[in-house]
Design a protein around this ligand. Sequence first.
Ligand code: AMP
Ligand code: MG
Length: 698
Amino acid sequence: MSGFDTVVIVDWSARSAPSPARPTADAIWIAVARGGAAECSYHRTRSAAMGALTALFDTELAAGRRVLAGFDFPFGYPRGFARALTGGDNPLAVWGALAARIKDGEDNANNRFDVARAINAALPGIGPFWGCPDAVADDVLPAKGNLRTGHGLPEKRECEARLPRAQSCWKLYTTGSVGSQALLGLPRLHHLRQRYGDVLSVAPFQSPTTPIVLAEVYPSLLADHIAASAEPDEIKDRAQVRVLAEALHAMGGALETMLREGNAEEGWILGLGHEDALSAPPAPPPLRDDCFAMPAGVEWTPVDDALAALRAGLHPIVQAERCKVADACGRVLAEPATALRASPPHANSAIDGYGFAYDSLPPGDPVLPIAPGRSAAGAPYEGNVPRGHALRILTGATVPEGVDTIVLEEDTRQSAGQIAFRAGIKRGANTRKAGEDMSAGDKALPKGRVMTPADLALLASVGIGEVSVYRRLRVAVISTGDELIEAGGDATKGQIFDANRPMLLAQIAAWGMEAIDMGRVSDDRAALRAALDDAASRADVILTSGGASAGDEDHVSALLTEAGAMQQWRIALKPGRPLALGLWNGAPVFGLPGNPVAALVCTLIFARPALGLLAGAGWTEPQGFNVSAGFEKSKKPGRREYLRARIRDGRAEVFASEGSGRVSSLSWAEGLVELPDGAAQIAIGDPVRYIPFGSFAL
Ligand code: AMP
Ligand code: MG
């Protein structure tokens, strides 16, 4: 068996009363990850949490799903304790021994201090357990750890010795003391063992090959990763279980090995030593084989249906990485960017002028003495401007204490250390309020945003120096056709220059993606197969041009069909068909038409939103608008048409020839006029939808 379908993480609690009804940190949190975002739940008592867990286990077992359940308390005690308590070295016998002693009610009322005292009494010296409310403390169960003597057991387990922050399991009281959690947790796990029998095993004491496996976890192992992945205002305990469940689930088969590691007497913290792997961003799932499936039996697919099918079948396929804001233009935000500081951070002046307290103005046209000093941008005035005085203040300067209103320099007269100006200025005039643009904690930019130069200014203004972005999508470009040679070469009869490749490579680079030039391939199936293999190993997505129809020399569609993951879309689009879509070794392939005009239109209309989605930027529709037609046209029904167009004198004009071999029309055009799928009779002055090429930017 390899991997777990479901990973459950439990943040345990040793409270003696039910937790508050409103979710808080000091309670039991359970996260369930099955791939994708984990589901979290809050439980007020241990008994309620165990009810939820057994219900979950039962459901997963019935559905044939394998479950790993992690609990954040020690599964064993330091070496020697098992023998002292039970006469043998089996840690699971300790579970039974504790279960026989611990009483833990529906309402969390429990006898843990009595049990700890009884165990201390049965062992030599004073200890090992310690820590309890003063009223409960005595010579056998001391309130302080340094009152213990001669119990002879190590303070920490082997795994805890590697974690300076980990607490000793002997400590039963006050924050972070896992001792009570274990005393109240292990009996509960003992009952799970009794209930599930051979279906359940406990790591690392037993071989983790059963449908349910229990393991000890320690969320602080991933403290930095958890802090970075927490949602705004998320309760820390919730974030801990959620992120840990997702991280462990993402490890897949590697968990099998981890579960076997550790110390067979003391137990082990799952994942110890693998913190980096656990904190790595999860690899997105592969695309499904049927991601390009279109409804069966459809002869001609309308453009909108084809787009909807593409949108439904694709999802982001790139991982996140960190990037300096200065380098972030054109990159896609992988997490929302949150303002670290208000902008502006302090109230400041919008002008060069004089500042004063509005309430201190005398009736009539004010004449105010000028206070010594000034406030300039970067050199704030440190004092408090006396009431009834004015201070020289420059644009961008922090508004000092004692000032709330600023009068424009040009609206004042100055003489003999005084300024005079007309009555009627408004309170707060010419000041910019602190945080008027953004407050600390505001969302500056959403996840999926393709960052513009202005976005970099926004991020910088709120103190963000680095952002999490998706790795650039790698897009390979292949031209196919025996007739193609490289531009600039010596062409013989029948040869033409490869025009698509430079166009497509440049378009991809302009979208902020990594364009990978795979060169030209002749109309030869073996050569094309090798080129696709190579491209799929180097790129996330492949664009080919040419050979996408169903003819003898249309090897792209033939190969994709052979690979079994091909959809030949006959899209009701002009110019454009055919478009072949398929997966090659898991990489989506857009088999574009060879004709450069059709290749570009298909790239803009189909590849662009699809690539945006794969790159993490989400699905975007090009923004068009209606303008008056500067042309006449009679359009037949059945296919959506895109005309090469531009706007002159407020009207859309179209290229004189509709011939799809006219490469020059693409250079001439500045956008496309989109004519609807149905019939249309267009007269000069009729509204038509125009989409500027700029709208196809990502
Ligand atoms: P195909 O889709 O392979 O049947 O090609 C359709 C038309 O586009 C043919 O006239 C090809 O010669 C032409 N063509 C194919 N690839 C390119 C290219 N990379 N550059 C310019 N024209 C091309
Ligand atoms: Mg060809």
